[in-house]
Design a protein around this ligand. Structure first.
Ligand code: TXA
Ligand code: MG
Length: 358
């Protein structure tokens, strides 16, 4: 199969390319696969209500079929057809965060095939905050199942070129919408249980979620706020148990006071270079300056004062390490607060739990 890579926008970038998005919608309605931009990461879309499309998504990604897909909608009215009931808190959360990077899990209705939910009786739903995605969902009939558009195990794609790298030849079309602005996958909140639980940290923080009326702190199960390094968020999100985001090189995250992390990065990378390793470093701008890391492949997307900037560059940085054939990778750890909680969750997974506290 040839994969068509095409811009979601008109040539001068001023508007959505209506004709292209209509054509992409038709591909989806006919059971094909289209990767598309969202504000978090690129998604690999198929018709969520067509079991054959979901099967194709698993095959194209090389993803285990017990790992459920997120259903993307464009209107709140679309929710009631695919879930059994909508808890009141969900409406308050949707009001505040949709369209946006929050995925909520509900009891599913019979309309949603088991193929889409990986055999679960619950369904994950999100309304993305991206004009091309919203238009595509409407053109496709209202429900697009979409995991991140990477090959299973690789970092999530934040550029159309990342999707092309991973999936060319396996899907019909890729809609290019430029850089995914957030760069981290959505926060996942399970509302199918009595006490809502965050299953995957993301750009929307737990403080924001549990600040919404009806979501007061006492409903959060004990332990959620304190996680050890090795621990995942709740293992109930089947995707969180698989190896993820990992670059090919041997990766370690260094945590501690900034000055000491900078010194350690510098020492460790010099020693690894001397052993003949190709060293890659992911860190903040400040740490890069302090450490003087001239012999390493360096990716430092933003300042430590700008967690959103660090988040937006994270997956691109992990891919850069592979492009440069890094055999050893060191990453700066960040204090686990706010958006950095999600950043650290991805870094720890990428490093396979390899963390040094200094
Ligand atoms: O930002 C995002 O969420 C992106 C964009 C494309 O929307 N999508 C995304 O999908 O990250 P994916 O498939 O890479 O990650 C979805 C996660 C997986 O860990 C999966 O196991 C979990 O959501 N999940 C999906 N449905 C679930 C369900 N019913 N119960 C528990 N976990 C679920
Ligand atoms: Mg994914």
């Amino acid at each position: 199969m040839t994969t068509e890579l095409v811009s979601a926008y008109t040539e001068d970038g001023s508007a959505l390319n209506e004709e292209t998005i209509r054509r992409a919608g038709r591909v989806l309605r006919e059971g094909g696969l289209v990767a598309f931009p969202t504000e978090t990461v690129y998604g690999l879309g198929g018709d969520a209500l067509n079991p054959a499309s979901s099967k194709k998504i698993y095959a194209a990604k090389g993803r285990p079929s017990d790992n459920p897909l997120i259903v993307h909608i464009a209107e709140l009215e679309a929710l009631s057809a695919i879930v059994k009931k909508i808890p009141e808190a969900a409406l308050a959360l949707a009001e505040q965060f949709w369209p946006g990077p929050l995925t909520m899990i509900f009891e599913k209705s019979d309309l949603v095939p088991m193929e889409t939910t990986g055999g679960l009786s619950t369904v994950a739903v999100r309304m993305p905050d991206h004009p091309a995605a919203l238009r595509l969902i409407r053109e496709a009939g209202g429900y697009i199942a979409a995991p991140s558009a990477n090959r299973s195990g690789r970092p999530s794609p934040t550029l159309a070129s990342h999707v092309y790298e991973d999936l060319a030849g396996n899907i019909e079309m890729i809609l290019d919408g430029g850089h995914a602005t957030i760069g981290l996958e959505s926060t996942i909140l399970d509302l199918s249980v009595e006490k809502p639980v965050i299953l995957r940290p993301g750009y929307i923080t737990k403080e924001e979620i549990f600040g919404v009326p009806g979501m007061e702190e006492d409903r959060v199960p004990a332990g959620l706020h304190k996680m050890s390094d090795k621990e995942d968020f709740h293992p109930k999100a089947p995707g969180m148990k698989y190896r993820h985001y990992a670059p090919k090189g041997d990766m370690t995250v260094l945590c501690g006071p900034m000055q000491r992390v900078a010194e350690a990065l510098s020492e460790l990378s010099r020693a690894a270079s001397a052993r003949g390793e190709t060293v890659g470093i992911l860190c903040s701008k400040e740490t890069a300056e302090r450490a003087g890391l001239s012999e390493a492949v360096l990716f430092s997307p933003a300042s430590r004062e700008d967690p959103a900037g660090i988040a937006a560059g994270l997956f691109e940085g992990l891919r850069r390490m592979d492009e440069a054939s890094c055999t050893v990778i060191f990453a700066e750890g960040f204090p686990e607060e706010g958006v950095f909680i999600a950043v650290m969750n991805r870094l720890k997974k990428a490093a396979g739990g390899n963390i040094i506290h200094i």
